[in-house]
Design a protein around this ligand. Sequence first.
Ligand SMILES: Nc1ncnc2c1ncn2[C@@H]1O[C@H](COP(=O)(O)OP(=O)(O)OP(=O)(O)O)[C@@H](O)[C@H]1O
Length: 683
Amino acid sequence: MANTHGSLSINSENIFPIIKKWLYSDHDIFFRELISNGCDAITKLKKLSLIGEYTYPEGHKDSVRVVVNPEDKTLKFIDTGLGMTADEVEEYINQIAFSGAADFLEKYKDKANDDQIIGHFGLGFYSAFMVADEVHIDTLSYQEGAKPVHWECDGGTEYDMSEGTRTEIGTEITLFLNEDCLEFANEYRAREVISKYCSFMPVEIFLEKANAEQEYETIDESELRDDDVVVEHIHEDAKTEEIEKEDGTKETKEVSPARDRVKINKRPVSLSDIHPLWTKHPNECSDEEYKAFYRKVFQDYKEPLFWIHLNMDYPFNLKGILYFPKINTEYDSIEGTIKLYNNQVFIADNIKEVIPEFLMLLKGVIDCPDLPLNVSRSALQNDGFVKKISDYISKKVADKLTGMCKTDRETYEKYWDDISPFIKFGCLKDEKFCDKMSDYILFKDLDGKYQTLKDLVPEEEAADVDVVENPDDKQEDTEEKEPEKTTIFYVTDEVQQSQYINLFREEGKNAVILKHNIDAPFISHLEMKNDKIKFQRIDADLTEDFVEAADEAELKETTDSLTEIFRKALGNDKLDVKVEKMKNENISSMITLSEESRRMQDMMKMYSMNGMDLGMFGGGETLVLNANNKLVQYILDHKDGEHVNLFCEQLYDLAMISHQPLAPEKMTKFISRSNEIMMLLAK
Ligand SMILES: Nc1ncnc2c1ncn2[C@@H]1O[C@H](COP(=O)(O)OP(=O)(O)OP(=O)(O)O)[C@@H](O)[C@H]1O
């Protein structure tokens, strides 16, 4: 072949400085591009062999070898693929790849940040110039009579091509690293990058260091494989030990038998697992394999709760495994990772255009060969196909969860506390998911029993509820009525709200426990979707079940007196006081705060900045005093008594404590007042 010198067919004077600058943020990506080109070439040759166009030489083994050479500052990528003829180098490298790179730049030159390009697919071979001043290709095509080709380019727009010296079919790409990128010739750095992008590529990948000293390992002769290079056969004699018997005599015992061992050249270990678990059929995978895969990929040594294996061929190809990790109760700290692959080539973590947002709280891998990846993220967002993938994934997750709830309720309940924040978040984010899940959301009650919304609000009851709850409320039929609602009582803190819980229990009533941050927005969402239900925290109001019927006039009089006494004692003339005759006479005082006010306060707290005065959002609480309680009666009868102020303050604080945590200065006062009261007792 005649030596050629040519000019690459692009307009720009020199695209390489642009490529370098452009893709600076993750310029380790050239590893992926070059290794996946090698894998593609190997796959193509395999196909040719399958259709009888090519026969592999004896002992052939597919591999991509990456050879780092820190002394020479080079990096080589050597594959056993189909290679290229001179014409092909001309076409694929000089013309197509360059125009690909030029197209790429043309398309994205106005985009401000490179995050908009998924994985920079389409840049391919020329990504090598992101780190190298000069690149050589040495290739030999599988085609009969093909001559080896040597190609080189020093990062300008000119290349040289001549006959090469390669004798094995395949391609070797040599990068002469520029000074800024010498790190990539470091074995450990190279290993790190290859592990990041190529852990599951479909071809074995071996990393080597040029001129490294040969390492050895010793194995049993029975384990010897054909491709091992034997250095030495070693016969090990049996090992014996002398032991003293009970009667004092000695005996020689064999501790390990004689064996034949072989010293061999250390076997290279592939950096890629060419059959990742997601490519297998779910029936072929054991629980242990799923767990081991999880540990390996996510470096998480806590066991996942369970997993969903996605496996579909139609209408698009998608495989993957989603794990539900064990989380703590604060959903803010859940940090998931969904790794996206395209034909076992890693693309990126957490691409929100493809993976539904709420699923990012999980950990998992998704391989979708049909994804159009050489487009910008904004284009992906508007791509109907991508939306279908995303919908499919969330549908599958809902199916798995509902299926589990139906067929294995016990396990579902066992996991519920861990998975509920995730499911509730999903319901807030994805209407379809919410609709599918709505009958499978569990509510844990005060007895630790799990119930669905249907159990809590049977349909007939919801429809008839006006008869039950509001017998007097027979409005004119013509007027449009608000639908009557069933109230579901809930507890957010079992310790703090224990006084109310006890009241509920005494009356044989139940409540559900909703103590996670996500529950507040979640119940609002449920109320919005279902106009027959209303959630009310257990301390929002005293329901009629807890109080006795009383003479209204008498109660009003008592209320007026107690209001005056308490307002004076607490120095708060806006204090709301309500007096009730409660069935349980041991309760002296309680705080109620209407559901609406409390939710508003909680919301304000959540959105308020640090250091913002929350005092302005306080208030609205009502102090409920029990007219049946002896201490309250004492106060009423001794309003000018010596210690009445002390009692009033203490009663108020005691009521407040079971409603919300006391502010620091109030807590200090409460403690010193308690001491004072004990002192009085001691006298
Ligand atoms: N190691 C290789 N062995 C054989 N052919 C190769 C090799 N590397 C590149 N080629 C040829 O050069 C072409 C251009 O490569 P390049 O990496 O630029 O783009 P691509 O692989 O087609 O697409 P992508 O953008 O997805 O990488 C390839 O399509 C292939 O035909």
